[in-house]
Every structure is written in structure tokens, then in C-alpha cells.
Ligand binder design. Structure first.
Ligand SMILES: O=C(OP(=O)(O)O)[C@H](O)COP(=O)(O)O
Length: 265
């Protein structure tokens, strides 16, 4: 007991605390270049390997340790957490899975190939749906083959019916993520070391809130799968000590950012 109190006291005396953000490993929908959103696609074999050899390996190499993990209700986020914790030998850590960290709902674009959509509507329209802060895909309806799977997913039973989205812009995502960010920030200021494993748009929403970025700035940010992103905070003020740091091979990270930014094949 005394040992735990002493460790916590030591941590608070250190005066700074780090937050690690990770986008989940490649999902089967990422692999096929399909809009995914609230569809519950599992990790691909490559995604499981990324969680092991990119996320966990870099975290182990940097000797990172955690007290608590946040993830979404989507299995690609949870599966990534499980691989990382197993590789880091800390599967005992508490995991908070919160529906408000689910990926942006891609509306009726869910399940559509990005290149096929660009061929039909043009690249500019597709990039507007993907990255414009107010880009709002058409609402999902029963003509979408994933409509019922999403509506009836038992993992989403905690979502209040009035808040269950049919489509979302990034602005709407930032609004839903904001209260979770305040909870995360409280943990950071208590000295709790956090790993947050989420999705492309949710990581971008958190980055916007953390760095107080403008809409134009966040539209240009693209998040590679499984690359740990680290922020250092002053515990007392809650303010950032410096900017975002990526863990891993910089050439690989730049290549993967470009891949995510592109519409793909
Ligand atoms: O579900 C998605 O995000 P995720 O793979 O991070 O969960 C999106 O389909 C990613 O596509 P985008 O990069 O065009 O926003």
C-alpha cells in the first residue's frame, strides 16, 4: 500500500505527465479502402501485426508504462489495445471503453470504396467529405447494407437513442469528444499515465482540442495506424510542454501519413 502511495507521490513531484495516443491497427475495411465509421470491422492480419511490431514495439523500446487505457466501443480499437497490452505484459490494466470515442459516423458512405466514390463524384467532393471540417456525408438509411448491423450492434447499447448518429462531420465529432477530453485531462493532471487507442478522426479531434488548432490546421493532419503519438503536459497547469512527438522510424511515419491522406486505389 505504502509503495503505491509513494509511487503516486513521486509521479506528482515529477511535475509532468505524458499522454500516448494511438490509432488502431489496419482494419479489414482500411485494407479494402472502404469507408468504415461505425461499422465494426475487425483488424486485418496486417493490423494485428502493426499493433505488435509498430505500436507495442516502439512503446517497449521507449520503456513507456501506463496506469489506464481508453478506447472506443469498436472492436478494431479494443483488439489493438489487447495486442499492445499483451506485448507490453500489462494486460491487467483497467480499460475504459467509451462510445464517445467511436470513429466519426460516415453515414451512407459506410462500406463504399473511396476510389469508386471519387470516380463517381470526383476527388474534390470525396476529399470534402473526408477532411473538410463541416463535410457531412449523406445520412445512412436502410438501403445501406450495414444499416441494421450498426443500428443493432450490442456494443452500442450505452449510446443514448437521441445521440445515436446517422452521419457526422468532424465538427460534430469534436463536440462529442470534448467531454471525454476533459475527463482524460483530469486523469493526466492526477498523474495517471494514459494510453488512448482510437480512430483517425477521433485522434484528430483530440489533437485539435489539445493543441487548440484551427479548422484549417486540423484538416491537413493525417494519422497513420499504430504509430504512438506523445504529448507531454505540465501536471499543475495542464498546459503542454512542447508539441506532438511521434515514436518510430520517421521515414516510415511520413510514408504512412501520405498513404492515409490519399484517396487510394
Ligand atoms: O473508419 C475510418 O477510420 P478508422 O480506420 O481510423 O477507424 C475511416 O473509414 C477512415 O477513413 P478516412 O481516412 O477517409 O477518414
Amino acid at each position: 500500500m505504502w509503495k503505491i502511495v509513494k509511487t503516486k507521490l513521486n509521479r506528482l513531484m515529477v511535475k509532468s505527465n505524458q499522454l500516448v495516443l494511438v490509432r488502431h491497427g489496419e482494419s479489414e475495411f482500411n485494407l479494402k479502402n472502404l469507408f468504415c465509421g461505425w461499422h465494426d470491422a475487425p483488424l486485418s492480419a496486417g493490423g494485428i501485426e502493426e499493433a505488435r511490431s509498430v505500436a507495442a514495439a516502439n512503446l517497449n523500446r521507449a520503456k513507456m508504462t501506463f496506469d489506464k487505457v481508453y478506447c472506443s466501443k469498436l472492436c478494431r480499437s479494443r483488439e489493438t489495445v489487447e495486442v499492445i497490452l499483451s506485448e507490453m505484459k500489462c494486460s491487467f490494466l483497467p480499460i475504459v471503453s467509451d462510445w464517445r470515442l467511436n470513429e466519426r459516423h460516415y453515414g451512407n458512405l459506410t462500406g463504399i470504396n473511396k476510389r469508386a466514390l471519387a470516380n463517381e463524384y470526383g476527388e474534390e467532393m470525396v476529399q470534402c467529405w473526408r477532411r473538410n471540417y463541416d463535410g457531412l456525408p449523406p445520412a445512412i438509411d436502410t438501403s445501406n447494407i450495414y444499416y441494421y448491423q450498426i443500428a443493432n450492434n450490442p456494443a452500442f447499447q450505452e449510446v443514448p437513442p437521441t445521440e445515436f448518429p446517422l452521419t457526422e462531420s468532424m465538427r460534430m465529432c469534436v463536440d462529442r469528444v470534448s467531454p471525454v477530453w476533459l475527463e482524460i485531462k483530469k486523469d493526466i493532471q492526477k498523474g495517471t499515465r494514459l494510453l488512448v487507442v482510437v480512430h483517425g478522426t477521433i485522434a484528430r479531434s483530440l489533437i485539435k482540442l489539445i493543441e487548440d488548432m484551427t479548422e484549417e490546421q486540423i484538416e491537413k493532419v493525417n494519422i497513420p495506424n499504430c504509430v504512438p503519438m506523445i504529448y507531454d503536459f505540465n501536471i499543475k497547469t495542464g498546459k503542454l510542454n512542447g508539441g506532438l512527438k511521434y515514436l518510430g522510424d520517421l521515414e516510415y511515419i511520413e510514408k504512412m501519413k501520405k498513404k492515409v491522406a490519399a484517396i487510394g486505389d
